[in-house]
Design a binder for this molecule. Structure first.
Ligand code: UT7
Length: 334
């Protein structure tokens, strides 16, 4: 039997209309546009501020656009995975809500929680499902409404995050394109440095947890920064080396958009020039599981069939990884 690869055949995306600027943030907390631009690299971020709308709203818009662009019939979708840390509800899954909203009758659906690395984990999972030969069309969504858990009185975290969603379609090919290699890691050592203190089974919501502001992102930024730089750089270098990729044949690095200084460090380690690195942090901030597919969504028109791309991300857990993709089609406009 011929070897099957899983290739990305389309990208869809969605960001909310509301733009939260650094100027507005500096009216909420003691900060400046200059500090945010030099220390993080974010100019503005999108916020889903309509009441009653959650992550599934953005995920649905992204997946709908994806299905239209790929001429996909809802009946032909075998599975949909939503990578998110901000599901609409603890249960049921956000992916199950999408099945209904997208009219998927023959799909099974589940959420994947690997924080900012969620899209990479979901991409690898979906690729394995395709390579097994048992699935023909799998949708992977990365979506987060980070504003639902950002403390807008904490100047160290609130400038970083934004809301957004994007999705890719994975399909089988016998050609040498698609998700060709991956290195994914988790160490569990990150808990003290990046978590939400309450709302889970250890500390269910209570008046105490609300009064003590325990339902927000808690991040010890400096520590997370150090681990992000070393783990993302190491894993990116490792996947490059074992696939004979280097600055001369890597067309794109697709990095998690958490901090421009982290992105710079990863690119420098591989000596890849910044024009070959996808960066959109200045307009969306860190959308967690949304960052990597949103990069594809923004840069899709520049992509060429055969481009070598290394995706890399780092998130709470800690979770991190790198995925090598050989792009499968010439780009098109959104
Ligand atoms: O996506 C998941 C993974 N997350 C990440 O990758 C995030 C990793 N961490 C970071 O990106 C950075 O650590 C932050 C952006 C969170 C913080 O930047 P930093 O350069 O590491 O700042 P710091 O926490 O070391 O703080 C330096 C100074 C402090 O003042 P003192 O103690 O030196 O006087 C902070 O109080 O900057 C101060 N500061 C601010 N000043 C102006 C912190 N936030 C702000 C702010 N505006 N918004």
């Amino acid at each position: 039997m011929e070897k099957i690869n899983a290739v990305i055949t389309g990208v869809g995306g969605y960001v909310p209309d509301y733009i939260l600027t650094n100027e507005e943030i500096s009216r909420m907390v003691d900060t400046t546009d200059e500090w945010i631009m030099t220390r993080i690299g974010v100019k503005e971020r999108r916020i889903l501020n309509e009441e009653g709308l959650g992550t599934s709203y953005m995920a649905r818009k992204a997946a709908k656009q994806l299905m239209k662009k790929t001429n996909s019939n809802p009946d032909d979708i075998d599975a949909i995975i939503v990578a998110t840390t901000t599901p609409d509800y603890h249960f049921p899954s956000t992916a199950s809500i999408l099945c209904d909203k997208l009219g998927l009758k023959n799909a099974y659906a589940f959420d994947m929680q690997a924080a900012c690395c969620g899209f990479l984990y979901a991409l690898e999972t979906a690729a394995s499902m395709i390579c097994s030969g048992r699935h023909k069309k799998v949708i992977v969504v990365g979506a987060d409404k980070m504003s639902s858990m950002v403390d807008y009185s904490d100047r160290a975290t609130c400038p970083i995050f934004g809301d957004g969603a994007a999705a890719v379609m994975l399909e089988p090919t016998t050609e040498e394109y698609g998700v060709l290699d991956s290195i994914l890691r988790t160490d569990g050592k990150g808990l003290p440095f990046l978590h939400m203190k309450a709302g889970g089974s250890v500390c269910p919501p209570s008046y105490f947890s609300v009064d003590n502001r325990m339902h927000y992102i808690h991040q010890e930024g400096r520590t997370v920064f150090k681990y992000a730089v070393s783990n993302m750089s190491n894993v990116t270098a490792e996947i490059a080396e074992r696939n004979n990729l280097n600055k001369d044949n890597i067309n794109w690095i697709v990095p998690h958009q958490a901090n421009l200084r982290i992105i710079d460090a990863v690119a420098q380690r591989l000596e890849v020039p910044m024009e070959n690195v996808m960066i959109n942090i200045e307009k969306y901030g860190n959308t967690s599981a949304g960052t990597l597919p949103l990069c594809l969504w923004d840069f899709e028109s520049k992509l060429k069939k055969g481009d070598n791309m290394i995706f890399t991300a780092f998130g709470a857990g800690f979770t991190w990884g790198a995925v090598y993709v050989k792009w499968g089609y010439d780009g098109c406009e959104k």
